[in-house]
Design a protein around this ligand. Structure first.
Ligand SMILES: C=Cc1c2[nH]c(c1C)Cc1[nH]c(c(CCC(=O)O)c1C)Cc1[nH]c(c(C)c1CCC(=O)O)Cc1[nH]c(c(C)c1C=C)C2
Length: 559
């Protein structure tokens, strides 16, 4: 069965006021202004994981991003986001980081606690090879042998680590490089993350060519040949470069979007941010939704039961219970939360519940640090930030469970406005960083207490960022406990440390995820019910742009 269209003047419930729920509500309200939309949000704010907070001191306002802060420039979701902000007259907050900006430099931590730049040219490539510890006879021998190793064609899922061990005979690349990249996207473990879900291109190449290296060379050759041929023929391909959902967006919702031109423009910018914080995105969408008489939001609302067959949502807010029936429910809450409010029922419903509950999550201890005198980022290491690899299979090879650190102030200082030509922001000498700690490590040992984690933070500042911590006065804030957003005036020797523990915040696309997602989709279809699901658990991916695309697809499916 496919999802039923919402009837004229029908009613739709959206569970979760994060970017996924808001995007779905926004697109549906544009496609079907007649439909009544009720949004249920458990907290008192919109945005979910996107959470920009401002602390006010006497002489400055300090913006702290507690969740995602930048967007990939080249992605379908970013095209939608930029077009939405333009349509809602917020294009003046869009900032971009050009390709050649120092803010694009990324570093990897090596085992001697040095930051080694990820190659962006020949000079950085040779220094990366020598300093990252990957240039070993083991790796060279592994690469030379790879084209002659037998390929496996059964499509069986395996971890990234298993795949690389099978193809290259060792884990040098995964331990020292890939594990870091996976820390920087999923906070996940290469020994568990699914190669079929996360790197499907690699698996595909092996299946088609029998070898990753041979397959890559053959792809390079074919694409070069295609380019020459199309140049010679002077032909432009007719097929749209965008998926059907974006084509429909341009046709129905935003006919003046010109996504092709926008896509060409954004290709120059690998990274996008919003002046005033990424929160501007959910907030702007929310302000637009609120203008509609057909939109209603229920804050502080706890969902106690969702019946996807009848379309019933039972919730309580401020001690009052409500039971309402809908023509459609779009759930964007995490899969565990959704499973916990589904009633017991048919085999298909139980199968749906069980598939939803299987997903693992990772938790993050997130610390924003700010110094007025700019002491936090090591000299000569400006850039986006650095990632810490696993180094080896042993859990104690990264005893601080550090995943990576973002150099927020470098990104802020090099951002340019997309629309106006206001140029680079003046350097006011401050530094601001975000430490990400924990992730998959917290699934292997107990999450340390906040005080233990703060000791780890000091150790990281001293040993990796080379800061003489004892010479500074640390102003420490547990943001979950402090509601007052004012700060004392900060001096040059003060360092603000603002921390939060986010439990179970990032879904882990581990081995078996693909099959499990299929179980979720199949059982949902079999239920013949009134529910679609979005969010990061079983939506289109983990990034903000993925959530927006997923919101559009779900809205188009019921329009
Ligand atoms: C250190 C931990 C983390 C850092 N970012 C995240 C974590 C867990 C979360 C995250 N980062 C990315 C995404 C996906 C976004 C999307 O698809 O839109 C998520 C959820 C993007 C990303 N970050 C890095 C890479 C290589 C990527 C993927 C490609 C891209 O968007 O360019 C690198 C990176 N992340 C962090 C650091 C410190 C870092 C590199 C220095 C922090």
């Amino acid at each position: 069965m496919s999802l039923a269209r919402v009837p004229k003047n029908g009613k739709v419930a959206v569970l979760g006021g994060g970017i996924s729920g808001l995007s779905f509500a926004y697109f549906l309200s544009k496609l079907r202004p007649d439909v009544k939309i009720d949004l249920y949000e458990k907290s008192g704010r919109v945005g979910g994981a996107i959470n920009s907070q401002t602390l006010h001191s006497q002489d400055s306002d300090i913006l702290l991003e507690k969740g995602p802060r930048t967007l990939r420039g080249v992605s379908n979701g970013t095209l939608l986001i930029v077009d939405i902000l333009k349509a809602l007259k917020k294009e003046n907050v869009i900032q971009v980081i050009p390709k050649n900006s120092p803010a694009n430099k990324k570093y990897l931590l090596n085992q001697s606690n040095e930051l080694v730049q990820v190659p962006d040219g020949i000079r950085t490539f040779s220094s990366f090879l020598s300093k990252s510890g990957i240039f070993t006879p083991e790796l060279v021998f592994g690469i030379l042998r790879e084209p002659f190793r037998k390929g496996v064609k059964d499509g069986r899922d395996e971890s990234i680590e298993e795949f690389f061990t099978r193809r290259f005979g060792n884990t040098v690349l995964t331990d020292k490089v890939l594990s870091a990249i996976m820390h920087g996207i999923y906070a996940g473990d290469t020994a568990k993350l699914s190669v079929n879900t996360i790197l499907p291109g690699l698996k595909d190449t092996e299946t088609k060519s029998g070898s990753v290296i041979r397959g890559m060379f053959s792809k390079l050759w074919t694409s070069k040949k295609k380019k020459t041929e199309s140049k010679g023929a002077g032909s432009a391909e007719n097929k749209s470069e965008f998926p059907e959902s974006l084509v429909q967006y341009e046709q129905i919702i935003s006919p003046s979007a010109n996504l092709s031109a926008l896509s060409e423009q954004l290709k120059q910018f690998p990274m996008i941010k919003l002046q005033g914080g990424l929160q501007q995105l959910p907030q702007t969408i929310f302000e637009e939704l609120k203008k509609s008489p057909n939109f209603n939001v229920n804050f502080d609302s706890h969902i106690t039961e969702v019946d996807p067959i009848v379309g019933k949502v039972t919730s309580s807010a401020h001690g009052k219970q409500s039971v309402l029936e809908y023509d459609h429910i779009n759930s964007t809450i995490d899969s565990k939360a959704l499973a916990s409010v589904l009633p017991e029922g048919s085999t298909a419903l139980n199968e749906f519940k069980s598939a939803l509950s299987t997903l693992e999550f990772a938790s993050i201890f997130l610390v924003n640090a700010y110094s007025k005198s700019g002491c936090l980022i090591p000299k000569g290491k400006q850039g986006f930030g650095f990632l810490s690899p696993k180094f080896t299979k042993k859990i104690d090879s990264n005893p601080n469970a550090l995943l990576g650190i973002i150099f927020d102030s470098d990104v802020e200082k090099h951002a340019k406005y997309l629309i106006s030509n206001s140029g680079e922001a003046p350097d006011s000498g401050y530094s601001k960083i975000t430490l990400m700690i924990g992730g998959h490590y917290y699934n292997q040992f107990q999450i340390p207490s906040n005080s233990r984690n703060l000791k780890i933070v000091k150790k990281i500042l001293a040993e990796i960022l080379q800061l003489k911590v004892d010479n500074y006065n640390l102003i420490i804030r547990d943001e979950a406990l402090i509601s007052d957003k004012t700060l004392p005036s900060l001096g040059p020797n003060d360092i603000l440390i603002s921390y939060n523990l986010y439990e179970d915040c990032i879904p882990q696309y581990n081995v078996g995820y693909g099959l499990n997602k299929k179980r979720v989709c199949d059982s949902l279809k079999e239920l013949d019910c009134k529910m679609s699901i979005g969010g990061t658990s079983f939506g289109s991916g983990i990034g903000v742009p993925d959530c927006v695309v997923n919101g559009l697809e779900n809205a188009l499916n019921v329009k």
